[in-house]
Design a binder for this molecule. Structure first.
Ligand code: SAM
Ligand code: CA
Length: 221
């Protein structure tokens, strides 16, 4: 028995997936298709998608925002469990990656729930605020360029209503954030600085989970 989080070796990680993963067939197909992509490591882990879907259901979320779509796995995991009238605004800059995403959203019958904005995410977030959508979102997933994470976090806080949730990916960054000598690049520094900032940010309730590459939950107070 252990009272600290386990290190998952391949056998234990395989076991976790074996006894708990319930992946929609199109999510499985998208994951397999993305295995051949040069940037396949950008895709979230399947148990993380399932966890985010659980959060959406627990919260009864209707309006969600996603920053960083890639081939659309996290979007699809959320869209599949959103109610019929649920809506997602999702941000990316890459039309090649998101063409794959759109194909899977269509095939899954959830494309009508998803408003893909192809532009730098900060432009989209500013536009949402300008359109009067501050305080209207239930859930935000941040998973794009790390240097902008702090700006994404601040905009997300504006766009959420109190009780809404921000989920931030890659907060443990393959472990690099824990080693001062490895915080020598802008991405690692940005993640570390945001982690430190959130620790004492009184605007949120906080939980950091060692799922995937590290996932922070920040609930707006
Ligand atoms: N959530 C995705 C999934 O489950 O597969 C993975 C997202 S991937 C880690 C990051 C994405 O952010 C890429 O598709 C990239 O094109 C996009 N991106 C990078 N810089 C961006 C920016 N400034 N604005 C919007 N999207 C950006
Ligand atoms: Ca990620």
């Amino acid at each position: 028995m252990s009272n600290r989080t386990l290190n998952l070796d391949d056998a234990l990680y395989g076991y976790l997936l074996d006894v708990s993963l319930r992946e929609h067939p199109l999510l499985s197909e998208l994951r397999a298709a993305t295995q051949n992509h040069p940037h396949r490591n950008m895709q979230i882990a399947p148990e993380q998608g399932q966890f985010m879907a659980m959060l959406i259901r627990l919260m009864g979320a209707h309006r969600t925002l996603e920053i960083g779509v890639f081939t659309g796995y996290s979007t699809l995991a959320v869209a599949l469990v959103l109610p019929e009238e649920g809506r997602m605004v999702v941000c990316d800059v890459n039309s090649e990656y998101t063409a794959i995403a759109r194909d899977y959203w269509q095939r899954a019958g959830v494309a009508d729930k998803i408003d893909l904005r192809l532009a730098p995410a900060l432009e989209t977030l500013n536009a949402l605020v300008a359109e009067g959508q501050a305080g209207t979102f239930d859930f935000v997933f941040i998973d794009a360029d790390k240097a902008n994470y702090d700006a994404y976090y601040e905009h997300s806080l504006q766009l959420l209503h109190p009780g809404g949730l921000i989920v931030i990916d890659n907060v443990l960054w393959s472990g690099r954030v824990a080693h001062p000598e490895e915080r020598d690049d802008a991405d690692t520094r940005a993640l570390h600085d945001l982690n430190k900032k959130l620790h004492h940010d009184e605007r949120i309730d906080l939980s950091m989970l060692p799922i995937g590459d590290g996932l922070t939950l920040a609930r707006k107070r």
